[in-house]
Each structure stands twice: as C-alpha cells, then as structure tokens.
Design a binder for this molecule. Sequence first.
Ligand code: THU
Length: 141
Amino acid sequence: MPSGTPEQLDLLLPMWRELKASSREARQRAYARYSGFKVGAALLTEDGKIFTGCNVENASYGLTICAERAAVCSAIAAGAGRVVAVCVSLTGIAVPCGTCRQFLHEFNPEMLVLLDDLSSPDTVPELTSLSALLPRPFSFL
Ligand code: THU
C-alpha cells in the first residue's frame, strides 16, 4: 500500500504528526520482557484527544496485552469520545494483529489506521483503514 505524501496526510488527518509522536513515545514504555518486540499505539478521538498504549507482556505468555488494546482500554476508561484514528509504531511487521483489529472495530469500524514502521523511521506512515484491514468483522451491529 502506498504511504502517501505529508500533504495528503495533512488533509485526511491533520494531527498525524502528534499521533505518531505519541505512539512512538508510548512504545518506549513497552513491557516486552519476553519477546523484546516493542509496540506503541495512539488513538485520536473526534474531540482531538490522544490516548496511548504499549504492549504489556507476562510470564504466562498468553496474558500479553497488545499496545492497541491497551490504548483502547485507556481511552474508554477516560470516557473518550469516538475514535477517529489509530497509529501503531513498531519495527518491520507494521500491522495490528487480528485480535486488535476486531477489538478496534468495536469503537469505529471506519477508523483510519496509520502504520508507523520504525525500520524506516523517517518515512511518512502508511495510511490505511480498519475496514481495509478487517473486511469481514464479527459484529452485532
Ligand atoms: N503486539 C502488539 O502489541 N500489537 C500487535 O498488533 C501485534 C503484537 C505485541 C504483543 C507481544 O508483546 C509482541 O508484540 C510480540 O508479539
């Protein structure tokens, strides 16, 4: 998928720079003791607020919480409004896992997704959408 230019991103998501910076900052705090793979996520709400999360691993590996879901929990606990975009910062495999796609879907099936691959940190994040990444979600709506 093409990354787009900064100007194109400015039109679609004027706060993309702040969102990316927040996601990268959250990634620094990842608790990735077992995999060593740090992930940061930042959610933007319609009222311009940003909520962040990082992955939190556990000795019982299956209990690990991904950065995206941590960010959603933080936003919901704070009474956040509608989520309009999420940025995920990680190295190499720059896409949210399937579980996180479904989890994000609950809070806006149409949200924009910024994929921030730190293996080329100076390039503009790739812009996609949750509906492109999760074309057939499970939903009661
Ligand atoms: N991880 C995330 O935080 N988000 C994803 O979408 C995929 C994977 C984390 C979980 C685990 O701590 C590490 O990355 C390696 O799987």
